[in-house]
Design a protein. Structure first.
Length: 517
């Protein structure tokens, strides 16, 4: 019988990534209950041990301690004794051997603390904090694990697009948010060798016709303040997730290192929002589809004169500079070819300063203050997405599911849209006591199309605006999209809607609920 495309897609989602997994050896029916890899280590003896594993083992598993009697998947390490990693038989992920520093575990607080929650969110970025807020608002018990002690991270995306402002309005907190110090951009202006141009106009968007700029840490603090007002929300800082907890072929939680010692959080659902270098997605063995990144970005700051205005996007030849108004200073992004930073450094800081001054001559005097490469931050752009965003008990959202280019500043807003879609679909299931793989698959199906279209726009359309080589080409014509907007100015409203609202913008459908139980 001929399979439908959806059936074939579902079968593909259920299978491990090709080329990474090997089938486990055949086992007896008794062994199928649990596959055990055993290594006896006395805590008072050897401080570090490497666990032997079969060839088919590739991902870390939690460690359990054998005391007496049978050993279950819920047993924990508690000091001296025999340590056994345990792997569910027949699972398509299993154990990759790694060093186990027992002495360090003891120094960090000894026994493993174990906590229980309904949803464990890994990562306190925009996607994680918005998901935590929405789920807690619905009465779901949520624990967010953030590996840093605060939200302060410089040169992070901090554009709040109209689509995100609309979500805040639906939550009734937009006006409070806009009371925070910020700057507004009602249109995107640029200047090329052919002259100035408005390439995107947001003024017709409702309810807010502008992009708001403010530091990302202020946005995250704002979301945290609203989330912690709900009794089912908890944020644990300085909690770095290191491994997944597996129970019967299902991801049942995570393990993390904290300032108070090892922590295990058991949950009905793990929501991975830990960014483009996601530990969770790597531990789960989720296959990544890489895309060709066209650019890297060098971030730095210059002081801003009162009432000074420059084009947001300045391009001439192979030089591109994005200038973000921070009120008292400019946050600048100088675009270079991918993996071209070494070549820029070889040419020296004077050449770098001259290239910036050629794009914006009024910056020339202040550029003399850039005296070391330590003042310049490299952002290596990587565009990719997961083939499958989920495993039973796990869902990836935001950059953990799809790393974006900074082009258009859409990364935060796409992550926020993922969080809203996930909460809309999963909150009722979590309140009812469980999330099926069908629900996880539904979130991916809703958000995958916007991701693919946006990444294609970033790589194939916006990428044409950026340099392809380290040289200069003053005679290079404007890319086709820019020439079209020059000929048809009305197109700037369409580009404004695409950038400002995105593809398939989400609405908040989660109801305010009371805590379950």
């Amino acid at each position: 019988m001929r399979q439908s495309r959806r059936d074939r897609d579902d079968e593909e989602n259920e299978q491990p990534p090709q080329g990474r997994w090997r089938d486990p050896p055949q086992q007896s029916s008794a062994d199928h209950r649990t596959a055990e890899l055993t290594l006896s280590v006395l805590c008072a003896g050897t401080s570090t041990a490497r666990l032997p594993a079969p060839l088919w083992c590739t991902t870390p598993v939690a460690l359990t301690q054998k005391t007496s009697g049978s050993v279950t998947a819920l047993e924990r390490e508690r000091g001296a004794g025999v340590i056994e990693p345990r792997v569910p038989a027949g699972a398509w992920w299993s154990a990759r051997p790694g060093p186990v520093d027992l002495a360090a575990r003891q120094r960090q607080g000894g026994p493993m603390r174990v906590e229980r929650t309904t949803c464990c969110v890994v990562g306190g970025g925009p996607a994680g904090m918005m998901a935590g807020l929405l789920l807690a608002r619905s009465g779901v018990d949520v624990t967010v694990l953030e590996k840093h002690e605060d939200f302060f991270r410089d040169f992070r995306g901090d554009t709040i697009h109209p689509a995100t402002l609309r979500i805040l309005a639906e939550l009734g907190i937009a006006e409070e948010f806009l009371d925070l110090p910020h700057t507004r951009m009602p249109r995107v202006s640029m200047e090329t060798a052919s002259g100035p141009l408005t390439i995107a106009e947001f003024s017709r968007l409702r309810p807010y016709g502008f992009i708001a700029f403010l530091p990302q840490w202020d946005f995250l603090d704002f979301l945290y303040d609203r989330a912690r007002a709900h009794p089912t929300f908890r944020l644990i800082r300085q909690a770095e997730v290191t491994e997944l907890v597996l129970d019967g072929g299902r991801i049942a939680g995570v393990r993390a290192e904290t300032v108070e010692g090892p922590l295990e959080v058991r949950a009905d659902l793990v929501l991975a929002a830990d960014g483009r270098d996601s530990v969770v997605r790597e531990r789960a063995g989720l296959a990544v589809i890489p895309k060709s990144p066209p650019i890297d970005v060098l971030w730095f700051r210059l002081s801003r004169a009162a009432d000074e205005e420059v084009p947001f996007f300045r391009s001439e030849g192979d030089g591109v500079l994005v200038s973000i108004n921070r009120g008292t200073y400019w946050q600048l992004a100088y675009v270079i070819p991918h993996q071209g930073f070494d070549r820029v450094q070889e040419r020296g800081l004077p050449t770098f300063r001259s290239a910036i001054a050629a794009l914006v001559p009024t910056f020339a005097d202040r550029l003399e203050g850039v005296t070391t490469w330590e003042q310049v931050k490299l952002l290596s752009v990587r565009v990719d997405r997961l083939r499958t965003w989920w495993r039973p008990g796990l869902l990836c959202i935001g950059d953990a599911a799809h790393a974006m280019s900074p082009a258009g500043g859409v990364g935060i807003n796409l992550a926020i849209q993922d969080a809203v879609a996930a909460a809309n679909v999963l909150a009722p299931a979590l309140r009812a006591g469980g999330v099926t793989t069908g629900a996880l698959r539904a979130v991916q199906r809703r958000r995958e199309l916007p991701t693919r279209i946006t990444q294609a726009f970033q790589i194939r359309v916006v990428g044409n605006l950026y340099p392809r080589s380290g040289g200069t080409d003053a005679d290079r014509p404007d890319p086709l999209p820019i020439r079209l907007i020059r000929r048809l100015p009305a197109l700037r409203h369409l580009t404004g809607r695409f950038i400002g609202m995105g593809v398939r913008p989400e609405h908040v459908h989660t109801a305010v609920g009371t805590p379950v139980g």
